[in-house]
Design a protein around this ligand. Structure first.
Ligand SMILES: [Ca+2]
Ligand SMILES: [Ca+2]
Length: 217
């Protein structure tokens, strides 16, 4: 074997090695894409304490003290009071936001700390904590109880500046839609006359999720 062909063989084996080492990355990339795709449009039905409204794209800075910044409204839709001690909000980008005195608006006015009575609302705000990073282009947010069990999952569509997202009353598992009016701490105000306009949102939300950074503000 001449020096040249030996060098050629060495280069060839290097190329094969590089390709072999890249393939797991490519496979991981595909899995990640599949994961993101399956994670979109995954709003869930909910009873008990549920995510009920979210401000993913606050007017002005997305961080700040409520009413500035992002916020999430929880609603106890059940018939018994529930303690949210050690519950968290976690988004698909892995940001974990606590539910505690520092994030729960008017926490000190609760009759019992952490207890959300039946029918009442809680506002969990960014409050400059720095961990509520809801993606303006579309977000999937999980509410988890003290044992780490997902209690509710909500997926929002692309948000307009300063307009909150609420469940689509015609389809609980669809991407959330724009509210008619932001109602933190009160019953939601749904956009009227929206029936029949939904249903075509999935492909565009898939595109967004695959092209936008997950933790974009
Ligand atoms: Ca509300
Ligand atoms: Ca945001």
């Amino acid at each position: 074997m001449s020096g040249r062909s030996r060098r050629g063989a060495t280069v060839l084996s290097l190329v094969i090695l590089v390709v072999m080492s890249l393939s797991p990355i490519l496979i991981d990339g595909l899995n990640e894409t599949t994961l993101f795709r399956s994670a979109s449009s995954r709003s869930a039905n909910c009873s008990g304490v549920c995510i009920n409204e979210m401000m993913t794209n606050a007017d002005g800075s997305d961080q700040g003290m409520f009413p500035a910044g992002e916020w999430v409204e929880l609603h106890n839709s059940g018939s018994i009071e529930i303690s949210l001690e050690n519950w968290i909000l976690e988004d698909i980008g892995g940001w974990v936001h606590p539910i505690d005195a520092g994030t729960w608006v008017d926490f000190d006015q609760l009759a019992t700390p952490y207890v959300l009575t039946a029918g009442s609302y809680a506002i969990i705000a960014e409050n400059e904590v720095g961990t509520l990073r809801l993606n303006n282009a579309g977000e999937t947010l999980h509410l988890k109880d003290a044992g780490g069990t997902v209690v509710h999952t909500a997926t929002s569509g692309e948000a307009s500046n300063g307009i909150s997202k609420i469940p689509d009353s015609s389809d609980a598992t669809a991407d959330w839609i724009d509210s008619e009016e932001n109602t933190p701490g009160a019953e939601n105000s749904e956009t009227t006359g929206g029936e029949g306009e939904e249903g075509g949102g999935t492909p565009s939300s898939l595109t967004r999720i695959m092209t936008m950074p997950l933790d974009a503000e």
